[in-house]
Write a protein of this length. Structure first.
Length: 228
């Protein structure tokens, strides 16, 4: 029998927390529910989880700062934010921190279950392949989340690593913005599009030390990892 995936759920709304935990448990997940950010961090540091679901407005330690602390411990674990807010700034902030998805309340349990399944499958697939990838003079280590040039390492966030791996897979080919967003993050809404531009800018900055490598922006179309 396959081992249940462990999910950390941090939600201060007792009713919603119970409903989410109950539905996830019925679908085979082992769920630990915490009602504030500090207890969520304590539990995360004490146990091993496969995925985190975090509300943003939490007592004692908000979801953003909780996610930052989690990322210091584990750069790879998928993090999904739950929030009643739909402000552009909040969504972009969440993705910058390293969140994998952002679900606005109210939402359906079917939607949440599908998104969880997507990220757990992706994590498993990434763990199966851990070979370094050559990008010009760089050595890219997607699982360890860094690129290396002449012995110097530059750490990447999970989002940056996912995007760079995707561009490497389609090296020297123009990929449409919508294709990148849907293939990597499930949809192509405005907020994820804005975040994509941020990640592209960061990757371009990291790769600028090799004149033969660049990420070219085809305005209104998409991007291409150009390796000469």
């Amino acid at each position: 029998m396959m081992e249940s995936k462990k999910i950390l759920l941090v939600e201060d709304d007792k009713n919603l927390g119970f409903v989410i935990k109950d539905n996830l448990s019925v679908n085979g997940y082992e769920v630990t529910l915490c009602e504030d950010g500090l207890s969520g961090l304590e539990i995360f540091e004490a146990e091993v989880f496969d995925l985190c679901i975090l509300d943003i407005m939490l007592p004692y330690l908000d979801g953003f700062n909780l996610a930052k602390s989690i990322r210091k411990c584990d750069k790879e674990i998928p993090i999904l934010f739950l929030s009643a807010k739909s402000l552009q700034e909040d969504k972009i902030e969440g993705f910058k921190i390293g969140a994998d998805d952002y679900i606005t309340k109210p939402f359906s349990m079917e939607e949440l279950l599908l998104r969880i399944e997507v990220f757990l499958k992706r994590t498993k697939k990434e763990q199966e392949s851990n070979e370094p990838i050559s990008i010009g003079k760089f050595s890219f280590h997607p699982q360890e989340l860094f690129i290396e040039l002449e012995g110097e390492k530059k750490g990447l966030t999970r989002k940056e690593s996912d995007l760079l791996r995707y561009l490497c897979k389609h090296k020297n080919v123009v990929r449409k913005r919508e294709e990148i967003l849907i293939d990597l993050w499930g949809d192509d809404d405005y907020f994820k599009g804005r975040s994509l531009d941020v990640f592209i800018s960061k990757l371009r900055k990291y790769l600028k030390e090799d004149d033969h490598v660049d990420i070219i922006n085809f305005h209104g179309v998409g991007f291409k990892l150009d390796v000469k």
